[in-house]
Design a protein around this ligand. Structure first.
Ligand code: ATP
Length: 320
């Protein structure tokens, strides 16, 4: 049984000018031992997708339709009280974007971790639990007695990861966990996520705009564009054989240290507004292969390891 199956997920923000379709028909599945990277440009809906999976969208945002099946149960339909007591933090946890800057400056790390445990009516030994979580993220126990301003960025990021792991979730969503950290510390945080995935068996969903970063940890990649996953596949398949013209452009835009091709490739233009996205393929205006068929919404066509949402692959079988 897959760990997570997301089908037809739509999550919109109601605004005076109409709904902002930030997540608009997203489909993917993950098995127990897989990690997934969600990659895309700013404002394509990555954080909204993460928050929707955690059912943590703030008004005016909400899940409009679709299902989120975790270990065989549709948690999108579950009453909020049941989701809070059984799923949130206990099965799915999230390190929100910028969470390390939201640590409370007036409390020690220990008391902030305590607070999380108290809030969730943790019944075991709190000191032991806190020590275990700090160890799990590679922090010295002395960190418990310190205040956030006494810690480096990398240490703060480890603290918020420890916080997310306190109640032993088996799915961890990390939203841009390395932004604002220097390159060396970024690598350490990615290694930590890799260790949590490989050694502790935690399913990791990493949300980032950085395709190069994701390749270091993810077994599977979902390329997000204007509220939709336009291509999903194994990391090696996406790198070796990117099919969607947007994926191809993203890969071409990655700096290549060893290549003789020193030209920088850009994806020209900008994504459509999510307020009133155009009918048909959302990449139409920027696509070098745009053709008449693209004026119709492309379905998901099967590939070796996933799917691609592009009419160029019309001869592939459709995802059912
Ligand atoms: N509270 C809100 N009300 C209205 N629109 C919103 C709200 N929050 C986000 N949006 C819109 O939803 C879309 C998706 O935003 P989201 O933050 O999910 O994108 P993202 O890919 O995570 O971007 P970034 O990488 O910059 O964080 C954007 O168009 C954004 O303006």
């Amino acid at each position: 049984m897959p760990k997570l199956v997301v089908s037809g997920l739509k999550a919109y923000y109601a605004t005076e000018r109409g709904p902002v379709r930030a997540v608009d028909d997203v489909n993917f599945s993950l098995s127990d031992n897989e990690s997934l990277g969600i990659v895309g440009e700013s404002a394509c809906g990555k954080s909204t997708l993460g928050a929707a999976l955690m059912r943590s969208m703030q008004p005016p945002g909400k899940i409009v339709s679709g299902s989120i099946v975790l270990d065989g149960t549709d948690v999108s339909e579950m009453p909020a009280s049941e989701f809070n007591s059984k799923i949130r933090w206990k099965k799915i946890a999230m390190v929100f974007q910028g969470a390390m800057n939201a640590l409370d400056p007036v409390y020690t790390i220990e008391s902030q971790l305590h607070e999380v445990l108290r809030e969730h009516r943790f019944e075991g030994n709190m000191e032991e639990k806190i020590a275990e979580s700090l160890r799990q993220v590679g922090l010295d126990l002395s960190v418990a007695k310190r205040y956030p301003h006494e810690l480096s960025g990398g240490m703060k990021q480890r603290v918020v990861i420890a916080m997310a792991l306190l109640l032993k979730p088996d799915l961890l969503i990390a939203d841009e966990p390395t932004t604002a950290l220097d390159v060396l510390v970024q690598a350490q945080i990615i290694n930590l996520l890799k260790k949590l995935h490989r050694e502790n068996g935690i399913t990791v969903i990493l949300i980032t705009h950085d395709l190069a970063l994701v390749s270091q940890i993810a077994d599977k990649i979902g390329i997000m564009y204007a509220g939709q996953l336009v291509e999903v596949g194994s990391t090696s398949d996406i790198y070796k054989n990117p099919r969607h013209p947007y994926t191809q452009a993203l890969i071409a835009a990655m700096p290549r240290l060893k290549s003789n091709d020193k030209k920088i490739h850009f994806v020209n233009g900008s994504p459509p507004s999510l307020l009133n996205p155009p009918h048909g393929c959302r990449f139409y205006d920027r696509c070098p292969h745009a053709m008449d068929a693209c004026k119709k919404d492309p379905p998901e066509f099967k590939t070796d390891t996933g799917y691609v949402r592009c009419w160029l692959y019309e001869n592939n079988k459709r995802e059912s």
